[in-house]
Every structure is written in structure tokens, then in C-alpha cells.
Design a protein around this ligand. Sequence first.
Ligand code: RIB
Length: 291
Amino acid sequence: MLNFGSINVDHVYTVEHFVRPGETIGCRKYRRFAGGKGLNQSIALAQAGACVYHAGKVGAADAWLKTLMEDKGVDTGFVQTIDGPSGHAIIQVNAEGENAIIIVGGANQLISEAEVQGIVADFGPDDYLLVQNEVNAVPQIIQSAKAKGLTIAFNPAPMNAQVLNYPLELVDILIVNETEAQALTGESEPDSIGETLNRRFPQTAVVLTLGDKGAAYFSPQARFYQPAKKVHAVDTTGAGDTFIGFFLAELIETNNPAAALQWATRAAALCVTRHGAADSIPSRRELEAIQ
Ligand code: RIB
């Protein structure tokens, strides 16, 4: 699995409520965590037992993020350290454990087309590509990987208008939350979302995450729903990333989307009971221990 993705420093502010227009508030707690949808998903893949190569860029001052990925079992041979700022995120977490996030691209936005070609050249038809929308050059990454025969998994997060012009017809596995799905389809009901996306992209399996309601899988051949276990959420940051890593790891291992959905939903439920993004991702062994 090659994951072309962001690497962020997360500045996390625990607040009573999200700051309102014109308001200044103090935070209960400030903490700095490792994050970035790319980094989180690579760590989740590795924690779930998959072999994952992360490609991306990080500022030299934040080399600890690269070390953390290595410690968690991610191959960082394609992570480039640059002179300049890393990506970072400013994250408010409210009393309900919900978050509001601003991201600053930094090194994540400096990937060149030549670098994409060079890295993808090392992979082939037995491999998967995963990419999110937090790095630049997403269309080139998808096109280059497809040309080499990789199976393409795309998580269009954070969603923006540019995604509508990406070569989504090349995507084999599209993983979206309800907001992203609504922006892509104009639909809000899970079944309508699945049907619309399957009609528009008949080659693509669609995984829809539904927060504390669980997740769903739609392909022209099959449809599964997986409810989530009720837990006390303290911080939902990274839950979607945990889900994606565990889903793909299990799918690659077993080719069983229903089992992958179940496994991923359990991992995400455990993630939200802990603080931080990368730090809250459970390991396969932890999940097995609480069967
Ligand atoms: O998905 C959670 C992540 O989104 C955070 O770690 C933050 O860095 C933002 O990219």
C-alpha cells in the first residue's frame, strides 16, 4: 500500500464551545499532537497490520513526525524532509468531543509531478494507492497510479469544489463521510448517496461513514450496513482516518468488505474515546483483546 498523504502538527485547543464570530475565549487545555489525514491513515494501516509506504513532505523542524510514523511501523522511505514549514492544523475540541479544524498546507502542498511519477514507478498492479485531499497534485497522483495498474482508494477530505473535477472515474474505492457524500451527490440519505455514486461510477465501491451511526458499503454487487458501538466520545479527531486504515487493511487481507466494515467501525469507536489524532489510533492487538 502506497499512501500519498499529508503530515501535520495538530494544535489542539479543548474548549467549552467552538469560538463564535467576534468572540474571544480561553481554552481549558492546549496540546500538540501528530496529525494530518495522510499520517493518521498510514499509522492506522500499519497498526491494523498492513504494509504501508508513506509518501509526502515534512519540515525539517518536525522530523519527530517521521520518527513517530517509523515507530508505528510505517515505511517512510518516500517522505522528504524540506527546509520550510510543515503542514499544521488548528483544532478546537468542544465539550461533546466534536472538532472544528483549520488546516495550513505547508510542506503538504509542495509535491511536484516529477516526484509523483518517480515514487509511483516503484509500485505495480498488486499494490494499492491511497490518497486524501490534503496534498496538492491529487489528480496526477491518481492518474499516475492508475496508469501503473494500482488499485485506487480515495478519501476526498477535506472536501472542496476542486474534487468535482478530479478523475473520480479512476477510483476503485471511494471513502466518504456524509458531508463529503452530500457535496458529491446532492443527496443526504445513505441509500440515495450509494445509488447515485454507484450509478455515476459503476466501477467504484463506495464506503460511507456515518459517525456514531456506523458505516455503509455500496457497490453494484453488494450493500452492507454496519452499526457502531455506543461509546463515550471525548475527541472525534482522527476517527475517520482510523476507520479508513482499518477498513483497507482488512479488505486487502481478506477481500471481505463486510468484515472490513465491522473491523473499521470498532477501531473508530475506540479511537473517539481517546484524545488526539494519531495518538488515539488503536492497534490490531488492542481491538482483538476486547472482542
Ligand atoms: O482527520 C483528522 C486530521 O485532519 C487532523 O489530524 C488534522 O491534521 C487534519 O488534517
